[in-house]
Design a protein around this ligand. Structure first.
Ligand code: VG1
Ligand code: CO
Length: 544
């Protein structure tokens, strides 16, 4: 017997989606009505789910399994026709995006706090993607938030748990639940985009790779695609079994949290290629033997070489990058004579450009790259595009980077994060920069002249919407740049991100240590923004 319950509730404060969905401490999400309120608000904000088809899955972190049961019961009680669920409640973010598009679903719910650690004392998250497979735009997240503030009841089916294991159709009340292999459709899509034969031959030729899935959701995808389909030797994928707390680690593919991989790639017997992905599989880190490729450079190199992969052989329509991402990709767009767009941080801002066919490849400095094949950034996609390029160019990564820099110049780049800063102090730092930005142009700082300074506002060229206060940009006359913004994904205090960039055209100066190349820019950021004074910190917590 199943029965629809209408449960009275009250608005819960703070359910405002950030850069990528709602992220909170797991215990907050587990609190009374918390998940239920947010889920009902999402359903209401999109005009209800009566008769609709939804995709559902998550990155397998602690509480994923429980949350899936609640969302299924609420979808059924709200009249959804069908939920397409990843087996075991698992789906990587790009795989969910693909399923929404492929199955023409009305949208999807992805349970993840991405690169944030998982566990009962760590983080949980939930995001909603629309029918194009992409993260809900601000217009929708604003409606969701507004609904959380006047919600008075939610609907949920009174029924037992569903077994999430058997593939195929089952039902919950009047709703069909279709449990699908989380990997199959995604692997098929990758096979359509890339030259799998060329990559297979690369591995047959003895090419060695190490892929670190960081105990997160891409493990099963990487085992299947890299080892089983492409023939990389077993053991290529490490940390490939998803665990609810990501093995106690931080599933963030950067040189700090994936230091094991960095060590392996800088060792004497290092493999030819190294890569890692994050909690929900949308980020990637790429390394060659003895070289780390910054995400901003990776975007530029992928764009410059994408034509070597079948899906992009006809060329790219345009490139988009998030504002703090280095301007290396802009130089590639210029050479290719294609559109180049600068958008606010967060993948949701790429959706309109991709839907309109104005850009093919997008990227973010935070290790996200993707294309118009889905509407999310896609970690394994980036790794496979790199492999496709390596299979065609037969050159070490280091050589590919050197050639790229000598052709386009090098954008030295680094990001400094100050975590868990008191919110008022972080806000005060940004507010002060807003106030003084008008006076900065023309000033000399550390021997560099400020060319422009503003608080970035994005005017979406497709739907005309405007997104203000997206971060302080300070550009110098020599091509250097400092960007400062506050994170929208943290769950404790404020995280100040300082993005540092310096352009170096001279190939004789492309081998400098990054900190050395950026020294004047780092000093200029401090001089202008008074970071030490406002944060009370001597140095950043994380440098990537
Ligand atoms: C961070 C990154 C941003 C990324 C977002 C979601 O946001 O900077 O580039 O889109 O995380 O990625 P913020 O607001 O903390 O800087 V994921 O892989 O965490 O969904
Ligand atoms: Co992610």
């Amino acid at each position: 017997m199943t029965r629809i319950l209408t449960v009275p509730t009250e608005p819960i404060e703070g359910q405002k989606p950030g850069t990528s969905g709602l992220r909170k401490k797991t215990k907050v999400f587990m609190g009374p009505h918390y998940l239920e309120n947010f889920t009902q608000s999402v359903f209401d904000a999109i005009g209800g789910v009566q008769g609709k088809v939804l995709v559902l899955g998550g990155d397998g972190r602690y509480f994923n399994d429980r949350a899936v049961q609640v969302i299924l019961r609420m979808a059924a009680a709200n009249g959804a026709a069908r939920v397409i669920l990843g087996q075991g409640g698992l789906l990587s973010t790009p795989a969910a995006s693909n399923l929404i598009r492929k199955r023409k679903a009305d949208g999807g719910v992805i349970l993840s706090a991405s690169h944030n650690p998982g566990g009962i004392d760590e983080d949980f998250g939930m995001k909603f993607n629309g029918a194009n497979g992409g993260p809900a735009p601000e217009s929708v997240t604003d409606l969701i938030f507004a609904r959380t503030l006047d919600l008075s009841e939610y609907r949920i089916l009174e029924t037992g748990d569903l077994d999430l294991t058997p593939l195929g159709e089952t039902s919950m009340g009047a709703m069909v639940v279709e449990i699908v292999d989380p990997v199959a459709d995604y692997a098929e899509l990758m096979g359509q985009l890339f030259d799998f034969d060329a990559i297979r031959n690369l591995f047959i030729g003895g090419f060695r790779m190490r892929f670190d899935a960081m105990h997160a959701v891409t493990g099963p995808y990487a085992h299947e695609i890299l080892e089983r389909i492409l023939g990389a030797p077993e053991g290529t994928v490490v940390n490939g079994t998803p665990s609810p707390d990501f093995g106690g680690g931080h599933p963030d593919p950067n040189p700090v949290w994936a230091d094991d991989l960095v060590e392996a790639m800088f060792a004497k017997d290092a493999p030819d290629f190294g890569a890692a992905s994050d909690g929900d599989g949308d980020r990637n880190m790429v390394l060659g033997r003895g070289i780390y490729v910054t995400p901003s450079d990776s975007l530029a190199v992928l764009a410059a070489n994408a034509h070597l992969a079948p899906a992009y052989a006809g060329g790219l329509s345009g490139i988009a990058r998030s504002m703090p991402t280095s301007r290396a990709a802009d130089r590639v767009a210029e050479k290719l004579g294609i559109e180049c767009h600068e958008t606010p941080t967060g993948w949701k801002f790429f959706g309109n450009l991709l839907d309109a066919g104005r850009v093919t490849i997008c990227g973010e400095e935070s290790a996200g790259t993707g294309s118009d094949h889905v509407r999310e950034k896609d970690g394994l996609w980036a790794v496979l595009l790199w492999l496709n390029i390596l299979a065609r160019r037969i050159e070490p990564v280091e050589q590919i980077m050197a050639a790229h820099w000598s052709q386009f110049g090098r954008n030295y780049y680094s990001r400094h994060d100050y975590e868990a800063v008191p919110v008022e102090r972080a806000n005060a730092l940004i507010q002060r920069l807003r106030d003084i930005s008008g006076d900065l142009p023309g000033q000399q700082v550390q021997g560099m002249e400020v060319a422009s300074a503003d608080d970035f506002a994005y005017h979406d060229p497709v739907d005309g919407s405007v997104s203000k206060n997206q971060g302080i940009r300070i550009a110098f006359a020599d091509g250097s740049r400092v960007v400062l913004r506050l994170s929208g994904t943290g769950t404790e205090g404020a995280t100040l991100r300082v993005y540092l960039e310096r352009y170096e055209p001279d190939p004789a100066r492309h081998d400098l240590p990054v900190e050395e190349a950026l020294a004047p820019v780092i000093a200029a950021a401090e001089e202008i923004a008074l970071i030490r004074e406002f944060t009370g910190r001597e140095r950043p917590d994380v440098t990537t």
